[in-house]
Design a protein around this ligand. Structure first.
Ligand code: ADP
Ligand code: MG
Length: 432
């Protein structure tokens, strides 16, 4: 069945016309004017209307008021009946997409920046020109648009909260032999490494995942039965390096188990304590920008792979070995390199931008469009992630954004991309 994605234009008195061109989401077919009397708009309910209007699926019909529906009640009823959902049809499960807003940095404050992002109900993200506390109803100030994700984390969200909402389920699945992967992406400085690695006092997803993994193994007295192996590698300039044993670049090989980097250190881990320092050491081995020593290159991708091997008895009572793999990925800075459509993608390809990130963009576009051929072979990163994107795998994306209006463009770009990633469907998950 054909569906038209309809976007109801938020009421913006100043830029009614231009708004559509700037803010037209990539997955939308039709943009409708917001035909609501101003009095009613100001009386309240605005956030609700905006969130209902943005990006839902509406059956093909003439533009008429709220996306072709006579009124909001009609729309709500259809939503309740399940006729309308937040995302399109298709089989398999969707990639889960989260957004994390970081606190305003001191530097940004000193530069006189204002906050241009507002998160409401841990789900909705409003990109506004100016969003002060309780200010999102002031429509005149709305410059950008509205997005909704599986969860959106305001700047006060703890590392633990981010971990348990985004990754805890994947850790559970890995213990049952299912693969999973978590990506962090966003512009340089948006909080990717903080989210993934964190600090000694506030460890991030990588460390919390391993901690949780060990505690689950202990709780169920799986000891001895489960072997946990870690590898930590970097893709920089289309070269793959072992972050736990820096040295010569690694060669990718394809075998029965998929694509592996030959000679990669598999670190057998026994406890959580050793992991944080191991990862921090690994991170110090990440490629640094030649001009700014000690500063991690914004073009380096770091991938932590956690392999959990365990033995179970099969139907014939034979002991068989199973493996679950969790990949945690701190992507390179997305500035200029994330394309939400093919045209932008082509124009970016000519420029000197991260090839792996562009290739990831192409794979995501191909997956969203349901193409048979997914161009995994175009880069080292996508080769490594072949079994973690779109396959029988749990996939989580965390988009990191800054609150500052000085990063408005990057933030808008990241949110567009995240919005697009919501459309990827993965095959139903089976234990291998
Ligand atoms: P990226 O890896 O995306 O380039 P970083 O993770 O290095 O960005 O974050 C940039 C700066 O902001 C760092 O100093 C980091 O400690 C800080 N930061 C990022 N996210 C948070 C957060 N949620 N809470 C506190 N500080 C943060
Ligand atoms: Mg970083």
């Amino acid at each position: 069945s054909t569906v038209t994605r309809t976007y109801i234009l938020p009421p913006n008195e100043d830029t009614k016309e231009n708004f559509a061109a700037d803010a037209r989401p990539s997955n939308v077919d039709k943009i409708l004017g917001f035909s609501c009397p101003r009095k009613e708009v100001e009386a309240g309910n605005v956030a609700r209307k905006l969130s209902m209007g943005a990006g839902f699926n509406a059956p093909q019909s003439e533009p008429r008021g709220f996306g072709g529906f006579r009124n909001l009640q009609e729309l709500e009823t259809l939503k309740e009946k399940g006729v309308l959902g937040d995302h399109g049809g298709g089989s398999g499960s969707r990639i889960q997409v989260f957004v994390r807003l970081r606190p305003m940095a001191k530097k940004e404050k000193e530069a006189g920046s204002r906050c241009c992002v507002r998160i409401v109900n841990r789900r909705d993200v409003y990109l506004t020109e100016f969003a002060a506390e309780n200010d999102y109803l002031r429509l005149k100030r709305l410059k950008g648009r509205h997005f909704a994700f599986d969860s959106s984390f305001p700047d006060s969200t703890s590392q633990h909260d981010v971990y348990s909402t985004t990754t805890a389920d994947l850790v559970e699945a890995v213990l049952q032999g299912r693969n999973g992967s978590v990506f962090c992406y966003g512009a340089t400085g948006a909080g990717k490494t903080y989210t993934m690695l964190g600090t000694m006092d506030n460890p991030g997803v990588m460390v919390l995942a391993i901690k949780d993994l060990f505690s689950k193994i202990r709780q169920r007295s799986y000891d001895g039965n489960h072997v946990v192996q870690l590898s930590y590698l970097e893709v920089y300039n289309e070269t793959v390096r072992d972050l736990l044993a820096p040295g010569r670049p690694l060669v990718l090989r394809e075998d029965k188990q998929g694509i592996t980097a030959s000679g990669l250190t598999q670190y057998r881990a026994y406890s959580t304590d050793e992991v944080m320092s191991l990862l921090q050491q690994g991170n110090r081995n990440r490629t640094t920008e030649p001009t700014r020593a000690n500063e991690t290159s914004s073009r380096s991708h770091a991938i932590l792979q956690v392999l959990v091997e365990y033995r179970v008895r099969d139907e014939s009572n034979n002991i068989v070995s199973r493996v679950g793999k969790l990949s945690l990925i701190d992507l390179a800075g997305s500035e200029r390199a994330l394309a939400t459509d093919l045209r932008t993608l082509r124009s970016l390809e000519g420029a000197n931008i991260n090839r792996s990130l562009l290739a990831l963009s192409s794979c995501i576009n191909a997956l969203v469009e349901g193409k048979k051929h997914i161009p995994y072979r175009n880069s080292k990163l996508t080769q490594l992630l072949k079994d973690s994107l779109g396959g029988a795998c749990n996939t989580v994306m965390i988009a990191n954004i800054s609150p500052s209006n000085l990063s408005f463009g990057e933030t808008q770009n990241t949110l567009h991309w995240a919005d697009r990633a919501k459309e990827i469907r993965t095959k139903a998950c089976d234990a291998n």
